[in-house]
Design a binder for this molecule. Sequence first.
Ligand SMILES: NC(=O)c1ccc[n+]([C@@H]2O[C@H](COP(=O)([O-])OP(=O)(O)OC[C@H]3O[C@@H](n4cnc5c(N)ncnc54)[C@H](OP(=O)(O)O)[C@@H]3O)[C@@H](O)[C@H]2O)c1
Length: 490
Amino acid sequence: LICAPVMGESVDDMLMEMRKAKEYGADLVEVRLDYIKNFSPRKDLDTLIRECPLPTLITYRPKWEGGLYEGDENKRLDALRVAMELGVDYIDIELQVAHEFIHSVHAKKPEKFKIIVSSHNYQSTPSVEDIGDLVARIQATGADIVKIATTALEITDVARMFQIIVHSQVPIIGLVMGERGLMSRLLCPKFGGYLTFGAIEAGKLSAPGQPTIKDLLDKYNFRQIGPDTKVFGVIGKPVSQSKSPLLYNNAFKSIGYNGVYVQFLVDDIAKFLKTYPSPDFAGFSCTMPHKEAALEYLDEIDPIAKLIGAVNCIVRRSDGKLSGYNTDYFGAISAIEDGLRSLLAGKLFVVIGAGGAGKALAFGAKEKGARVVIANRTFDRASKLADIVGGQAISLMELDNFHPEDGMVLANTTSIGMQPKVDETPIPKKALSNYSLVFDAVYTPKLTRLLREAEECGATVVSGLEMFIRQAYEQYERFTGLPAPKELFR
Ligand SMILES: NC(=O)c1ccc[n+]([C@@H]2O[C@H](COP(=O)([O-])OP(=O)(O)OC[C@H]3O[C@@H](n4cnc5c(N)ncnc54)[C@H](OP(=O)(O)O)[C@@H]3O)[C@@H](O)[C@H]2O)c1
């Protein structure tokens, strides 16, 4: 279920938000009474409950549990009793006062009415034993539904909440707040959580880390997630900007593949891989800053990825072991060869940059039989890479007048020209007429200054977006074992 918190300052605002929640596809709304200014319980609750177009949960969160209400405690609990009398579907009551409250309404409790007893921890996520004890204490109050919200300091904290939810004998809402806890909100149907919260608008959250209803439904295919859904995702830091979830989840949906692709905001890759060893976590894309560190924790590494010294794709094999690949080089080299309408063999291939992407391009071109030249700001790095690849190193200064032959290929693998510094370029325009094709790994913007000037000099240009798309469908095929619906990746 998707529950939309509504937090208007007036009853009219609340009603407007409720209508939006229904329109966007939520299943129920949580009315946060503590947000209403000049709240008059009987009158306002009557309107809110009567006019809500969806099943309704009433919450009146006090300041001592992270809400806004600071008034008299009896008045707060009275308002919840009134909500029950008026026929609301659910109320949320904090563990600290739940026992007494439930006792007070026990005799009058309507059959369909459910009480959620909640506990919020805004500091951390306790051990499995401590969360288990908390569940038991909540159950002992007579709760119909248990709600526990903790805070993720690391993404590995979420594993403990999943463990609790999977083994819970009672309906349970188990969420881990914060950006590192996002997965607990997205995967709630997989592990059996009763509901997740979906914000009506981005930035209008009732707790940190909430996705929007729209993202849950459109970006993560929330309705398609079930116990057998395989989980994939991008491991990185930062990852919130990643377009990959949309790309992969669209592709999964198009062929009815039972998988979901999420973001994993990971601080420590070794700990992450160790904490999520189950076959449920079937594959990972790997981005900065973990591409190189990941190698150490894999059971098998593709030979080219080993040479490059970086993986961007990790697949869990049927025996549970992890295999690593580098699909970056495949994406870039195949796009360049398509752009050339010929093979790279024998061509002079100039790479600017000697970082992760530089290595991938250099080894990829070498594997295709090109002669490789590396130009890098830190000359030492260029030298080292040229030595391993079996190529030549030059300085960035030399690059400006480098013209041993016509028809060379140039690949920029530095971040020069990337948004927001779109006016920058790694090489003067006059040097570009020496190249038949120019590739730029930067893909924001799609047409960089480098590519625009190369085009003006008559070179064929290939955008980093092409590399990104192609490496993504190569990963998709490794993840699913199925041909990628390539048109959907464009
Ligand atoms: N299209 C795709 O699918 C794709 C895939 C991967 C990466 N990329 C893009 O490729 C770029 C590089 O990524 P990466 O992972 O290779 O990064 P990286 O490992 O950090 O390497 C960065 C490289 O750029 C050079 N560099 C950075 N700033 C520079 C500047 N101001 N002037 C001169 N050289 C500079 C560095 O030189 P030093 O050695 O001197 O520091 C280094 O060689 C990024 O823009 C990334 O978005 C695109």
